[in-house]
Write a protein that binds this ligand. Sequence first.
Ligand code: UT7
Length: 330
Amino acid sequence: MARATITGITAAIPDYKLTNDELSQMVDTSDEWIMARIGIRERRILKENGKGSSHLGAKAVKNLLEKTGTEPLEIDLVICATVTPDYQFPATANIISHKTGIKNAFSYDLNAGCSGFLYALATAQQFIESGRLKKVVVVGSEKMSSIVDYTDRATCPIFGDAAGAVLMEPTTEETGIMDSILQSDGTGLPHLHQKAGGSVKPASHDTVDNREHFIYQEGQFVFKWAVSKMADASLDVMKNNNLTNEDIAWLIPHQANMRIIEAVARRMNLDKSKVMINIEKYGNTTAATLPVCLWEWEKRLKKGDNIILTTFGAGFTWGAMYLKWGYNGQ
Ligand code: UT7
């Protein structure tokens, strides 16, 4: 059976750095509090008016095609994981495909909160392993700043904008996606959501006046679930594949909070040197955290490295994936 493997990775990071000091002038917070409780020093913001998630996604995908020497017309499918689509419809993936000259593909968005990229990798894997498709682009792209309430100190320090994209192709080697555990539980709804703008509560003067088009999060509740579900899923996928902590080259956890990342690594008995962490620079970029980590660490990745990716997000959604890296990053 052919496996689905990642053959290239890129990211698009906006230039503007929103620092803790600047945030401290907007809401009652401080660099000390944010560093101690979340571990974020700055996050990137896509400032230009009229540019949405597809702007970053298309930039990442264009670079991906160039970097991997792939013609746009060779791509069979584009999946865009996002909670901040350009529009309610059409899908941001359609727009990214158009902007990058991908014309022979079908494309759609996937919304699984912060687990979107993981779910999208697992979805792409099915098309490739079945032999149906040969080249699939998975892109996680977010303009979180478009749904962050910059008067709410409980949420505004957390999120940032970014995109990351991977090319997935079949391989007959023992590399690629080996296994995954994906789960969701809709009882998470009251604890993490956007109140208005969907079909339950369409946009109105009231919803705007009541600031209901922003992220609503009960942080402490989400925190506890995030630690236990990411650790459980990671340990389960390791157990199912007879992996011990010594077999793991890298853990790539969703970057939501430094304390969550450290707690998950502790429960997995993994040294911090094996954990990809860049939350300090980018904050929580939702569906983009995993590919942005992979992109930043690409040079240090070696063929055959055992990697565990794990996420937790709105839904709730969570999961863990065992990936054997397919090429030497250098
Ligand atoms: O990616 C999707 C999944 N999301 C997550 O995984 C996020 C999970 N949750 C978290 O990361 C954390 O719960 C937060 C970062 C959201 C909040 O941290 P916390 O340590 O849980 O703080 P808290 O909400 O319990 O608030 C503690 C105190 C409160 O003051 P009192 O009531 O104790 O006087 C807050 O009002 O900290 C206060 N506070 C702040 N103080 C300064 C909350 N936000 C701030 C702030 N600056 N920005």
